[in-house]
Design a protein around this ligand. Structure first.
Ligand code: TXA
Ligand code: MG
Length: 330
């Protein structure tokens, strides 16, 4: 990956925070401290900004990201809260707890940030610096930990720069992530609350507030004792239509998902065609992937033919998602 950007160093004073907010509003990438670890933030409502996050992290696949908000009101604008979620938000926000909730039907967060899921993981950080940055940005911020994929989560800005200097637009320095461990993630999608990832808030504290035990992902999934990573629990968005990859020709009655300037033979006969990026830009393609699949699926065609997409950069993650979408289902 080319480290070609000049990464602006910003402080936690009002001017630095205002500049940080401007970077985010303009679709840039900003590393910022939270009480848990440094986050790599981008405008969650901007698909291109979200694609840049995956790109900078070098993630092999699109995992859904945690959406950071500044207030409970802002959280309510994007998700539905059940009784348990309200109890937990009341007890632990702001703080190191992430709650997975059904996303609102009019949720403005881009589908790529949610990896196409109907649920959304939200937290309000207790770090004042983090909250003032989100406030300055004026929109929800998607932020995974600010490390390259497979490396340790950073707690100091020097750690972040080691991985990401030259790959991001700015970094807010001067505040250390005190907890040094990611947030606890619980899912409130069902009546029982599931502990998806242990973290900054201990299980016991959550159970005390809820007045009930947290359910383990293993018992919730009913597959025995094998430990499950949160990512494995997710049933990612699968279109109703079947997906045919590396198509070189379109059959009658197929919808078409194109990339770049490679036309597929017979495309002109299809009623439903979307090009993920006519210029062949993989970030733009990533930003359009889930919405494109949804739209073609809604067309009611039985098959979506997909043109070849290069297996480089974000293309690897795009192809990973498409291969899952194309995998045989029951
Ligand atoms: O402390 C933290 O949570 C830090 C700081 C920056 O806030 N962020 C963080 O993000 O650790 P990340 O991307 O490294 O971890 C996100 C986790 C992933 O394991 C992902 O699978 C899970 O959150 N996740 C996100 N959305 C989800 C959803 N809708 N359902 C289940 N799990 C979800
Ligand atoms: Mg992480």
């Amino acid at each position: 990956m080319n480290k070609t950007k000049i990464t602006q160093r910003l402080d936690c004073e009002p001017n630095g925070i205002a500049e940080a907010g401007a970077i985010l509003r303009n679709g840039g990438l900003l590393a910022f401290p939270t009480e848990t670890v440094y986050g790599l933030g981008g405008d969650a409502t901007n698909g291109l900004a979200v694609a840049k996050i995956y790109d900078a992290k070098g993630r092999p696949s699109f995992n859904p990201l945690i959406i950071h908000v500044n207030s409970f009101e802002q959280a309510r604008e994007i998700a539905y809260f059940n009784e348990n979620a309200l109890v937990l938000a009341n007890a632990f926000w702001p703080g190191p707890l992430t709650i997975v909730l059904p996303r609102r039907s009019d949720c403005t967060v881009n589908e790529l940030a949610l990896a196409g899921l109907d649920s959304i993981a939200i937290r309000i950080p207790s770090s004042l610096v983090a909250r003032s940055i989100i406030l300055a940005a004026g929109r929800p911020i998607a932020a995974p930990s600010a490390n390259r994929s497979g490396r340790l989560s950073p707690t100091r800005f020097e750690d972040v720069l080691e991985d990401l200097d030259g790959l991001i637009d700015g970094i807010v320095t001067g505040d250390v992530a005190e907890i040094g461990l990611e947030s606890t993630i619980v899912s409130c999608l069902a009546t029982q609350t599931v502990l998806l990832r242990p973290g900054g808030v201990p299980r016991e504290a959550i159970e005390k507030e809820l007045g009930q035990k947290l359910v383990n992902p293993t018992s919730a999934s009913g597959t025995g004792d094998a430990p499950l990573a949160p990512g494995m629990l997710l049933s990612h968005y699968a279109p109703k239509a079947s997906v045919r990859l590396d198509a070189t020709e379109v059959n009658p009655g197929e919808a078409v998902l194109l990339f770049g300037s490679n036309e597929i033979k017979g495309t002109e006969n299809s009623l439903f065609t979307i090009n993920l990026s006519p210029t062949g830009d993989l970030r733009e393609a990533a930003a359009n992937l889930f919405s494109g699949l949804r739209k073609l699926d809604a067309s009611g065609m039985d098959v979506i033919a997909v043109s070849p997409i290069p297996e480089i950069g974000l293309g690897e993650a795009i192809n990973d998602r498409l291969r899952r979408a194309a995998a045989p289902r029951d």
